[in-house]
Design a protein around this ligand. Structure first.
Ligand code: CDP
Length: 238
């Protein structure tokens, strides 16, 4: 029998998660907190039970994507708030995928939210909290050495494949996948989909009512945040 994965030292504490080392080679533990932040951590709060819900949603999404041939850092769901993940080196580039206008693209381009795009838009941001995750492009990524062209090619094609898969997955469950952020990591010469896939980093709208089922409820003080996250979980694991 395989040795169970056991937690060792805390390596890093982020805004919504804590990473621990383990005594299994190449494996870390990701612990999901209830803390929520928005607007580059200017707004802080907690969403009751969010960590438990997000661990379940993210585990389900990674299992689904792995089943469709996407390579991810997911190893296993260990407990209510803990997931075992491969010990990746995070590539400091956030990949944002948009299917419908919302948030920063609406602001930047002066266009309404809720407009369906004729094909997905990919954007890149430099992952740096102190700088507020600035918008960057492929030239900046290559020249500054954030990622190689080969890595960028993988990130782009995986992001588009994940988009097709996730759009269909959510559509079948009565949810519109508006936009979301992906992160990737390096592991033993491969580029793996990493971080989390949860309503913290995705905009998800109810297909019928267009009710927001994501972190915009926290950002915009819309209330019923936990209920919205739970609704997503129940549809995801249906
Ligand atoms: O969220 P905001 O309007 O500031 O930025 P956006 O560029 O419209 O975000 C697009 C999508 O990526 C949303 O689903 C965000 O939740 C997500 N995102 C994220 O999870 N983390 C970031 N640092 C930036 C965006």
């Amino acid at each position: 029998m395989e040795k169970p994965i056991s937690k060792k030292d805390q390596l890093y504490e982020g805004k919504a998660k804590v990473i621990f080392s383990t005594d299994t080679e190449g494996v870390n533990i990701m612990y999901f907190k209830d803390d929520a932040t928005a607007f580059n951590a200017e707004k802080k709060g907690t969403i009751e039970n969010k960590g438990v819900i997000n661990n379940k949603i993210s585990s389900a999404m990674f299992r689904y994507l792995e089943g469709k041939g996407v390579k991810t850092h997911f190893v296993e769901e260990l407990s209510e708030r803990e997931m075992a993940v491969k010990e990746v080196e995070i590539i400091p580039v956030e990949v944002i995928v948009r299917n419908i206008t919302a948030g920063s693209i609406s602001k930047r381009l002066g266009i309404d939210e809720g407009i369906e795009l004729s094909s997905p838009i990919l954007e890149y941001c430099y992952k740096d909290d102190d700088l507020g995750d600035p918008f960057i492009n492929d030239y900046i990524i290559r020249v500054m050495g954030y990622a190689t062209q080969a890595e960028l090619d993988i990130m782009e094609s995986v992001a588009l494949k994940v988009n097709d898969l996730m759009k269909e997955f959510f559509d079948e469950r009565g949810i519109i996948l508006v936009d979301y952020k992906l992160e990737f990591g390096r592991y033993k010469g491969e580029v793996l989909l990493a971080d989390e896939i949860t309503p913290d980093g995705c905009r998800l709208w109810d297909k019928v009512t267009r009710e927001k089922l994501d972190k915009d409820r926290f950002r915009r003080d819309l209330g019923n945040i936990e209920e919205a996250y739970e609704k997503v979980l129940n549809k995801v694991i249906k």
